[in-house]
Design a protein around this ligand. Structure first.
Ligand code: H2B
Ligand code: FE
Length: 289
């Protein structure tokens, strides 16, 4: 099949949603909660009707949703000083996160535009990988706006606003990190289906679950770690295998289901990773891989 790369963000389709938005899996904590499902549909509408170039519409969160956000923020932020990478720690205070209110995407997007030129575009759920990766090429991060189910504040089977805001947004205020992520996005514009799959795994083992070395210790920059109290503890427990990251190696299959990661990839620096990804992207463009 011929792949037609988008020439503008307008061509990145934010309506191809996988998972919950399409068919909510039986084991989702919100599966038997009709009110939750209706609320999710309401919030989804905000994303579907959002126009590129206009502000992300404000969402008034319910007290129960705010409480869930507050719990996640309180728990995870205890471990940031010791477990998060220095870039995350430098950016985190810019956003002024508070337990008593869920931040609005538009306010955060304005900060990112100022710091790195990135922006946030709302999306109703887990986006199709090609569209999600294409967005990165346009310095655009597609973010969900709904809150995970209140019955399990420390768990979500899919991205939710707590994961996006605590895990992804602070990192996107760092220019070197952004350059690395941008290169993954640029590569996706030229990628065939097999390469999209490889880029998806690359994204998974860096942006979602990546670690970086800092003066002899490992620190978290992956959003899946930064937004999970348990995973933050696990990554330093010595129970997981650590390997050096290289875009040309075959990466193992992603494991969504069986709890914490058994394997993490470690970067030496974002500079180094961005340079390696640039080489990968250039080769991919020339059809040399
Ligand atoms: N969609 C959304 N909304 N958030 C993500 O973090 C995300 C996604 N990650 N779609 C993508 C897929 C990732 O798992 C890779 C690129 O497929
Ligand atoms: Fe994520």
């Amino acid at each position: 099949t011929q792949v037609i790369a988008p020439l503008s963000l307008n061509q990145v389709d934010n309506s191809k949603i996988l998972g919950f938005g399409a068919d909510l899996a039986e084991d989702h904590p919100g599966f038997h909660d009709d009110a939750y499902k209706l609320r999710r549909m309401d919030i989804a509408r905000l994303a579907y009707t959002h126009q590129i170039g206009s502000a992300v519409p404000e969402l008034v969160y319910l007290p129960q949703e705010t409480a869930t956000w507050g719990t996640v923020l309180r728990e995870t932020s205890q471990l940031y000083p010791t477990h998060a990478c220095k870039e995350f720690l430098a950016s985190f205070p810019m956003f002024d996160f508070r337990e008593d209110s869920v931040p609005q995407l538009e306010a955060l997007s304005s900060i990112l535009r100022r710091e790195t030129g990135w922006q946030i575009r709302p999306v109703a759920g887990l986006l199709h990988p090609r569209d999600f990766l294409n967005g990165l090429a346009f310095n655009t991060f597609h973010s969900t706006q709904y809150v995970r189910h209140h019955s399990r504040p420390m768990y979500t089977p899919e991205p939710d606003v707590c994961h996006e805001l605590l895990g992804h947004v602070p990192m996107l205020a760092d220019p070197k990190y952004c350059e690395m992520v941008h290169n993954i996005g640029l590569a996706s514009l030229h990628a065939n289906e097999k390469q999209i799959w490889h880029l998806t795994k690359m994204y998974w083992y860096t942006v979602e679950f990546g670690l970086i070395r800092e003066q002899g210790r490992i620190c978290a920059f992956g959003a899946g770690i930064l937004s999970s109290f348990g995973e933050l503890e696990h990554m330093r427990s010595g129970q997981a295998e650590l390997r050096a990251f290289d875009p040309f190696i075959t990466l193992p299959k992603m494991d969504y289901k069986s709890g914490y990661q058994k394997l993490y990839y470690v970067l030496d620096s974002f500079d180094d990773a961005a340079a390696k990804l640039k080489v990968y992207c250039d080769k991919l463009k020339l059809n040399a891989i």
